[in-house]
Write a protein that binds this ligand. Structure first.
Ligand SMILES: [Zn+2]
Ligand SMILES: [Zn+2]
Length: 127
């Protein structure tokens, strides 16, 4: 279980706890923390949006894959490909909302996203 220390020594919700909250399976401890903590509330909202974005993806055969979008957001692609994806994102509301979420650069969200999306793949993604 991954935990993140706060400056005052308390801990935020772990990735698994956030996912439980998104799935409506949060227990009382989790709900109590969410009540108190705007950061974790924001993370739950972001994850929920991502889940929607990913569900839409099933119907979006022409869209770039999420790992391409991740690379795009980090500027890791060759210029021609960056430009092609920028062009697509400008015209595609689904990819645009996904890029917006990816651009938020929340480290915990990044880890959860990559863990679920790049499942079983080699990660060349480092912070
Ligand atoms: Zn928190
Ligand atoms: Zn798209």
């Amino acid at each position: 279980m991954e935990e993140e220390q706060l400056s005052d020594g308390a801990t935020h919700l772990s990735g698994l706890e956030l996912v439980a909250a998104v799935d409506g399976e949060a227990d009382e401890t989790i709900l109590a923390h969410l009540n108190e903590c705007p950061l974790c509330r924001r993370r739950v909202a972001t994850l929920r949006n991502l889940q929607h974005a990913l569900r839409y993806r099933l119907y979006r055969v022409l869209c770039p894959s999420t790992d391409l979008l991740v690379d795009y957001c980090q500027g890791l692609l060759p210029p021609a490909q960056q430009a092609r994806i920028a062009h697509h994102v400008a015209s595609c509301p689904y990819c645009r909302s996904e890029v917006d979420l990816l651009m938020q650069r929340d480290p915990l969200i990044d880890r959860l996203l990559l863990a679920s999306l790049l499942n079983g793949r080699v990660m060349r993604y480092r912070r």
